[in-house]
Design a protein around this ligand. Sequence first.
Ligand SMILES: Nc1nc2c(ncn2[C@@H]2O[C@H](COP(=O)(O)OP(=O)(O)OP(=O)(O)O)[C@@H](O)[C@H]2O)c(=O)[nH]1
Ligand SMILES: [Mg+2]
Length: 310
Amino acid sequence: MLGNELKYTGFAAIIGAPNSGKSTFLNTVVRSKISIVTPKAQTTRNKIRGVYSKDDTQIVFTDTPGITSTDLGKLLNNWMNRYSFSAAKESDITLFFVDISTQHPETGIGPEEKHILDNLKSRTPTILVANKCDIVKKMRADDTIAVYKKHFKFDAAYSISASDGTGIPELIEGIKKFLQPGPQLFPEDMTTDQDDSFLVSEIIREKLFMELTQELPYHTVITIDRMTDHKSKNILLIDATIHVARKSQKSIVIGSKGTTLGKIGRKARLELEKIYGCQVGLKLFVRIEENWFDKERLLKKVGFEKDFDR
Ligand SMILES: Nc1nc2c(ncn2[C@@H]2O[C@H](COP(=O)(O)OP(=O)(O)OP(=O)(O)O)[C@@H](O)[C@H]2O)c(=O)[nH]1
Ligand SMILES: [Mg+2]
């Protein structure tokens, strides 16, 4: 019941370099796909909240964009980095994710990881989460963790595999040690507070990231123009626009005879039908919004909020 007193409650920020498995972890821990995952770096662009509820515990996790020291020229990247640092500041506990398969004890801390730790001003307890332990030898993971612990005063460290779930129960127990009793904030069956149009736009963006190569996906953003739920006919009708930054990109997104756009639309529709358990009619449009990622007015127009300290 909402408002019930629970033994362990609190907010946990998930931060780390791009591709370290933050979104995969969020989906595994809340047992539902709420944050999109691709093999490409810088997939997540917003703060995405996922709620873990079990027995006497409720933890509100915030997935964040991977923090990177490169490519800060784009206003969007700058905002993304600031979303992540601000999430750490606002939380009760920070989980610092490292893709352990990209690290080696002999070469020390990676440059991206070092950049984040050196700039992490949160005074909240910080846990080192060595992820992807399914693809590295235990000894190498343990030795790398030791190197990290020497560099930064972590309050605890855990090895996990976000994709197969190994180590997650132990990590949850570890997080609980830093939480306080408090009222239940979300119903047990609620896994996220994001609205449907955001989820739909993210699913389309995931397919776009998978379909387009190189830099192009980073130059796109999706807006949902219309979502109509015809409950009587069991069909959900969605109109969405893919905004691109340049004229030349429009024809690539559409593809010859519309094949690329068709593929993106089909894959997104199939997944949305699974999520909503009904038929989905999805119409995709492509529109040029010159260099949208570099202009504050356009970032706001395509749905980004400036929700961090100035
Ligand atoms: N083997 C293995 N792969 C993983 C694990 N966790 C994530 N991955 C893979 O790593 C890639 C990146 O995962 P994401 O969850 O999108 O990473 P992220 O940290 O959210 O990335 P950004 O949103 O770009 O910052 C995907 O291809 C995942 O399938 C893991 O525990 N083991
Ligand atoms: Mg992500």
